[in-house]
Design a protein around this ligand. Structure first.
Ligand code: ADP
Length: 431
């Protein structure tokens, strides 16, 4: 039976019982007494309904499933149905609250900025990434117009033109962003921001690198082409001149080869998947070899000394050799004849330390922070004269980065330079 039928049947039975009871009372004690008793019974029934109505009204003021009153008669069914519906609502609300919390957490962790605005761009909500990208503060700026907060001509134009199907590339507070407005619902819009500062910087470095590398390769190529042209136009050129041309061409070819080798080394070091091959590095053997090479390069023009008092270490032997050789070679190349160069390998409480000290031409302070940039040279002609590629210290920087070591440069123009490599303490092998 449906609840509605139950309600009507039970109410009718109750009313019928009162009518029968009234009839019996009238029969036994007279019509007046019977009607009076019937009236009292009816009034009791009405009062009971009013009592439950009042309880229902009280509950509706603060409806929770735990406080729902018990009923009587048809009210039992009403209250039980209300209880079921209320429990369902509470469950849905709990699920909704949980979903909302999850959604907010996801939005908080999102690296892209999300700003929710109304149709006239008043800020309703934004996530932390949007706060940092656009310098917003949800607590302070809620309800403010986003165009008053992001004040750049590009953004204004984007809003005015309203061509939201194409994203906007925006420079804002030292950041490069891609901003995109997406209309949603009837009267709301989402602004999504994506930070491309880092990828732009890497792109720029790549472009600079290609431009610099092409420029570096163009000079020797031009020289070689020039001599080749002379050779083809003047086949009877004097043999001594021809020899000198060949010598110069060979030098330029070697210069190109050094450049290409250094570029390949840098690329190898930079590529993320080129993992560090860690092995035991016999530092005494390595430094003695570097020392001999230095003596050969100097060819007696400098006084070179070597002090070894440090431990063997763990790292990539080839990479460490390449970094330390670059530093020693630089000391020779930038120290005039008769100059002194001291190479040392010692242990310190902070870790093993390599240093090469020269009394060469030195470096002005304004150049020091830029020395490890690719192709950065203090004196271009001196670097070329001494067969420099401009990539030596960039290679050193990358090798040290991979070994968690630090490069310290101390230099005074006209007095000399000291390049120190501080390795971390845990790289040393205990004896
Ligand atoms: P390069 O091939 O030009 O030597 P590097 O990257 O090895 O390139 O060095 C960058 C610049 O740092 C050099 O051009 C030079 O000006 C300067 N430099 C490096 N080492 C020394 C040094 N020991 N004394 C003076 N200047 C140095």
């Amino acid at each position: 039976m449906s609840p509605r039928v139950v309600f009507w049947v039970s109410s009718s039975i109750r009313a019928l019982l009162i009518v029968i009871a009234t009839g019996i009372a009238a029969y036994l004690w007279g019509a007046v007494t019977g009607l009076l008793l019937g009236f009292i019974a009816m009034s009791g029934l009405v009062l009971l309904q009013l009592f439950y109505l009042q309880r229902l009204a009280d509950w509706l003021d603060n409806p929770t499933s735990s406080r729902l009153p018990d009923g009587w008669g048809a009210w039992t069914d009403i209250f039980s149905r209300l209880y079921k519906s209320r429990r369902g609502d509470e469950k849905n609300q709990a699920e909704l609250t949980e979903w909302l919390a999850r959604f907010r957490q996801a939005m908080t962790l999102l690296p892209d900025g999300v700003v929710i605005m109304d149709d006239v761009l008043f800020l309703e909500w934004c996530n932390p990434a949007a706060e940092s990208h656009l310098g917003l503060s949800l607590a302070k700026d809620k309800g403010m117009r986003v165009t008053n907060l992001v004040r750049t001509p590009e953004f204004m134009d984007y809003i005015i033109l309203g061509r939201y199907e194409t994203p906007l590339t925006l420079s804002f507070r030292d950041r490069k962003l891609i901003a995109h407005i997406i209309p949603f619902e009837n009267r709301r819009q989402i602004l999504v921001t994506h930070d491309i500062t880092e990828s732009e910087r890497i792109d720029m470095m790549r472009r600079d690198f290609i431009a610099n590398a092409s420029h570096e390769l163009r000079t020797p190529l031009t020289v070689i082409n020039g001599f080749l042209e002379i050779a083809s136009l003047q086949p009877d050129l004097d043999i001594t001149i021809r020899h000198s041309h060949l010598k110069l061409m060979t030098e330029q070819g070697e210069r190109m080869q050094r450049l290409v080798e250094d570029m390949l080394t840098l690329t190898r070091l930079e590529s993320m998947d080129h993992l560090l091959r860690v092995e035991t590095v016999d530092m005494r053997g390595l430094l003695e070899q570097i020392f001999q090479e230095a003596e050969a390069l100097s060819a007696g023009r400098h006084q070179i000394t070597l002090e070894i008092d440090g431990p063997d270490i763990r790292g990539s032997k080839d990479e460490i050799r390449s970094a330390l050789t670059n530093l020693v070679t630089n000391a020779i190349r930038y120290t005039p004849e008769e100059g002194k160069i001291h190479i040392s390998w010692i242990n310190t409480p902070q870790g093993a330390k390599f240093s090469v000290t020269d009394n060469g031409i030195g470096i002005s302070p304004e150049h020091i922070s830029r020395l490890t940039e690719r192709f950065y040279r203090v004196d271009k002609s001196r670097s070329r004269e001494t067969q420099g590629t401009g990539l030596g210290l960039a290679i050193v920087k990358h090798v040290l980065l991979r070994h968690k070591a630090q490069l310290l440069i101390d230099s005074t123009p006209g007095v000399g330079s000291k390049f120190t490599v501080q390795f971390p303490a845990n790289i040393a092998i205990e004896e």
